[in-house]
Design a protein around this ligand. Sequence first.
Ligand SMILES: C[S@@+](CC[C@H](N)C(=O)[O-])C[C@H]1O[C@@H](n2cnc3c(N)ncnc32)[C@H](O)[C@@H]1O
Length: 248
Amino acid sequence: MEPRGAARGGGACRAFTFKDPKSPQESLRVCIPEVLDPQYGMYVWPCAVVLAQYLWFHRDQLRGRAVLELGAGVSLPGVVAARCGAKVILSDGSNKAACLENCGRSCEANGLQDVPVLGLSWGEVTPELLLLPKQDLVLGSDVFYDPEDFEDVLLTFVCLLKKNPEAQFWTTYQVRSSDWSIEPLLHRWKLDCVSVPLADFDADQSDLAGSSLPGSHSIQMMILTRRTEEENLLQENHRDSSIASHFP
Ligand SMILES: C[S@@+](CC[C@H](N)C(=O)[O-])C[C@H]1O[C@@H](n2cnc3c(N)ncnc32)[C@H](O)[C@@H]1O
């Protein structure tokens, strides 16, 4: 049975405890209020627990870094990042009032007072997006769940790269169809993608942080970055030589 308690303001609160087998005295417990509602951003998705575990595993890199979570919903990764010392901004669709409210409730439930919550709809280049300060990390758990939105999510990251070309997008993806792929879009937007094996951060188990949420789902952890000029040239040369090989 997973730990549940009452959230401030009603609703159920799901507790997650992140531990470090190498340093048993260190642990982090967060409590995420959930609402039973068919909307996507009302409860913690398996991808969120995997991304939160990745953040916990790399907590040494988070202190003082500017972190923006996209499509945060109940915001488990953003809350973990903030509790690990990052300067976090949470966001969800600008037309998703209930999800934006959830972001605030999750902060409140974890004693986080200085975490701004912003309406940011993927693919929309709005003043809110353009006026954001430079971000070091962008987080997105289960934001690639509708192929119609894939390019919009990437476009938002590409906009953020304008302010900080070194920014990274840490994202978890739940495999729902083998036909779906972001690969052609990564080429179009000149992005690189590194897939991180779950075993690298102890996420290759059915139970994580005291939760059985990841269960049997097939989840991938990816790090997206801007492709360097050198890599762009290599790609173009590779494309030119494969075209040339068809015209001897
Ligand atoms: C599958 S849920 C994942 C929620 C949360 N990240 C998690 O993993 O628990 C997708 C989230 O993306 C948000 N979302 C959907 N469409 C969006 C859009 N166009 N722009 C911004 N956020 C959006 C939803 O409101 C929801 O919170």
